[in-house]
Design a protein around this ligand. Structure first.
Ligand SMILES: *Cc1c(COP(=O)(O)O)cnc(C)c1O
Length: 413
């Protein structure tokens, strides 16, 4: 399969890694050569047919691509509006879209002669995907994870251990994802000769946002091909949840020049935008430089990255990838916040109605159907990207539902 997305007029990032005024590479001068080399090696690999075929064969034979585009008949009947299709990224090996990008970066690492993959992880999903790729390709693997997150995600820590990875407990700052990122970057810059830093979302300095987007763009390219086959036309809406933004940019990218396709990203509204307990960086963030790139991020009184919150660890991040910031500013994509309780209702609805337990991250995209569907007509086509499966969330959800029952705050279906 030759799916590379071609654009006529959309040509971002520019050579310095900018999407309009977002992006770039704000790092210490001495790290520039490492990033420049990575850009060069990635460009070469991306243009090479053999690299592409090696990578695509792994996606196909190992991860199970292409994932289905499933017509959700009962969900469609429930809303009595347009036709709802689900892109089943939850059916990938390791349970989410992350493997698309990780396999690409791991292959690139191997080509570049790296012996070891390192990665940061919050909830542990990206750590598990990276450890999986390292095991598959016979590489060493070290994962950086905040101590707080390790305590919350013991099963994923054990999965990484089983896969042969070393998990480094990060004890600085708030001992969560942001601190794990800092620790991983530090380690990378000190061992750049034989270590490859595998980033899971389109964040960080150039070229990472571009690398992650290109590897994830297979999602939207497949959606395009599949919907043309099933409906002989493009969808009216593509919905995806946004944390750092990889599953969303992957789903959107193939459609950027098809202006009739509405692209909608859903971020974590947590306990509400009027509280401080959310991660709605695109809705309420300020333009700033964070972790090597210019982006929208939530800031505290001192102008530092604020602590973010979401029931869903995978989209609990105070910033957002630069390309989404750009797409929001030029109006090509719209972004809205979904609260914890809205996401949980959507989670319960899909589980009961279609027998698919989505990741609580993905449930944020599903939740927007409540607002969107009453405005649609039966001829409309809506695609929701189900970024991952929800097995990992069952325990957390039971806790939450018991809590809700106790306080009777939200009416669950
Ligand atoms: C990690 C994760 C996300 C959030 O990451 P993005 O880069 O925004 O896609 C969303 N859904 C699932 C299932 C994840 O594991």
């Amino acid at each position: 399969m030759r799916y590379k997305v071609e654009h006529n007029n959309y040509d971002y990032p520019d050579k310095d890694g900018f999407f309009g005024e977002f992006g770039g590479a704000y790092v210490d001068e001495k790290f520039k050569p490492v990033l420049d080399n990575l850009t060069k090696q990635f460009d070469k690999a991306w243009k090479s047919d053999t690299f592409f075929v090696d990578w695509y064969n792994l996606l196909k034979e190992y991860s199970g691509r292409p994932t289905p585009l499933y017509f959700a008949k009962k969900l469609t009947q429930h809303y009595k509006g347009g036709k709802i299709y689900l892109k089943r990224e939850d059916l990938n090996h390791t349970g989410a879209h992350k493997i698309n990008n990780v396999l690409g970066q791991a292959l690139l690492a191997k080509k570049m002669g790296a012996k070891k993959l390192i990665a940061e992880t919050g909830a542990g999903q990206h750590g598990v995907a990276t450890a999986t790729a390292a095991s598959l390709l016979g590489m060493e693997c070290e994962i950086f994870m905040g101590v707080e997150d390790m305590n919350r995600q013991l099963t994923n820590v054990e999965r990484m251990h089983l896969l042969g990875a070393k998990v480094n407990a990060v004890n600085t700052g708030t001992r969560t994802l942001k601190d794990a990122c800092d620790a991983a970057i530090d380690y990378w810059f000190n061992h750049a000769d034989d270590v490859f830093y595998c980033i899971g979302s389109p964040i960080g300095p150039h070229p990472y946002p571009m690398i992650v987007r290109n590897f994830q763009s297979i999602v939207g390219a497949e959606i395009k091909e599949q919907i043309l086959e099933k409906e002989s036309r493009l969808p009216d809406y593509v919905l995806a949840c946004v944390g750092g933004g990889s599953n969303a940019i992957g789903a959107f990218y193939a459609f950027l020049e098809n202006k009739e396709v509405n692209l909608i990203g859903l971020e974590a509204g947590g306990e509400g935008l009027d509280t401080k307990r959310h991660s709605a960086a695109l809705t309420l963030g300020k333009r700033t430089i964070l972790q090597g790139t210019c982006q929208y991020a939530l800031l505290d009184e001192n102008g530092e990255a604020a602590e973010s919150y979401s029931i869903s660890a995978g989209i609990d991040y105070p910033g957002c990838g630069p390309e989404h910031c750009f797409l929001k500013d030029i109006g090509r994509a719209q972004y809205y916040a979904i609260t914890d309780s809205e996401a949980i209702n959507a989670f319960a609805l899909l589980t009961k109605m279609e027998g698919i337990i989505p990741a609580i991250e993905s449930a944020h995209a599903l939740a927007y159907l409540e607002k969107l569907m009453p405005t649609t007509v039966p001829d409309d086509i809506i695609v929701v990207n189900i970024s991952g499966r929800g097995d990992k969330d069952v325990e957390r959800l039971l806790q939450y539902m018991n809590w809700v029952k106790k306080w009777n705050k939200v009416q669950l279906r």
